[in-house]
Design a binder for this molecule. Sequence first.
Ligand SMILES: *Cc1c(COP(=O)(O)O)cnc(C)c1O
Length: 371
Amino acid sequence: MIPFIDLNKQYRRLEKDIDKAIKNVLEHGKYILGPEVAELETQLAAFAGSRHCLGCANGTDALLMALMALDVKPGDAVFTTPFTFFATVETIALVGATPVFVDIEEDTYNIDPLKLRQSIEKIKSEGTLKPKAIVTVDLFGLCADYNRILPIAAEFSLPVIEDAAQAMGAGYEGKRAPSLGTIGCTSFFPAKPLGCYGDGGAVFTDDDELHAKLNSILVHGRGSDKYDNVRIGLNARLDTIQAAILLEKLKVYEEEIRLRQRVATTYMRELDGLVKLPVMPQGYSSVWAQFCVMSEKHSAMQQALNDNGIPTARYYPIPMHLLKAMEYLGYKSGDMPVSEAVSKDIFALPMHPYMNDDDIKKIGRIIASIA
Ligand SMILES: *Cc1c(COP(=O)(O)O)cnc(C)c1O
């Protein structure tokens, strides 16, 4: 049995420090916005290269807070990718805005900047919805193409919300996710590259005003006094215990990113010529949230792996525009051809920093027997 993600191996490595950190919170008793939260925010901001970071309850709340801080509302069009996890799109709908899907690039699976421009121009010329923001996703740990996206965003005066739920610390041209957009969002869901032991997330920005607004939204739209509420907000705080756990995990995260890269490189060697492999464009470094490959024979490959006690997963079997929850938007099959083609044949292999070469080779042999 090869685990899909081995959180236990990581816990065994950090056990003493994590147990101590949790006990310390239980002793000092500041369970809500204790000192560990502020310390984590400082360290994460430095890690990402952002001026500000705010911990929050999960990645979905991070996205929701970002949309709220940018006053996204009914009548607004928000441009995003259909090849993502539902939370990216769900939050746009939650604030009453209209998700406008822009198909992905075949090699990176991220939003296609050429189609983004076309889509913004189309919405502008139709005149029904107001172009308001772009939500990019750094899918599977690889950044979207910001050198091409940001100039388009600037040209149309649209802020960019970077959904880096899968990409904390991913590299792009000397910068790091989630510092590439106007507001960056990440998740500390246990299975994400940097995960806690429950739900957690964070928002990042260089903008002082947006930071102040996010900080207010985080706690019921608080003003200078917490009973002087100045806007509609949320209860979206990050727990102190989760922050304490994350501070311990952050100490080894840089090393874990390198270990993930090593696993990915080994996979690339073992699977060369057998499946369509993930790309690593110049100037990018992935944090490998997932190692996803494509094959027309994916069902047989997944079955053979499963028969050998090796779990696989499908990210994502249904693109967002074809989900029942998005039916009201009126998209149909064929509207996003690249996303639809990729979603048919893509599947994810086990990926975590502590995978050994023998397990990767075994996976390679099983896939080779089908390919
Ligand atoms: C996981 C994920 C989210 C949501 O994060 P949660 O912490 O689970 O709320 C949002 N977007 C993407 C792309 C994700 O993978």
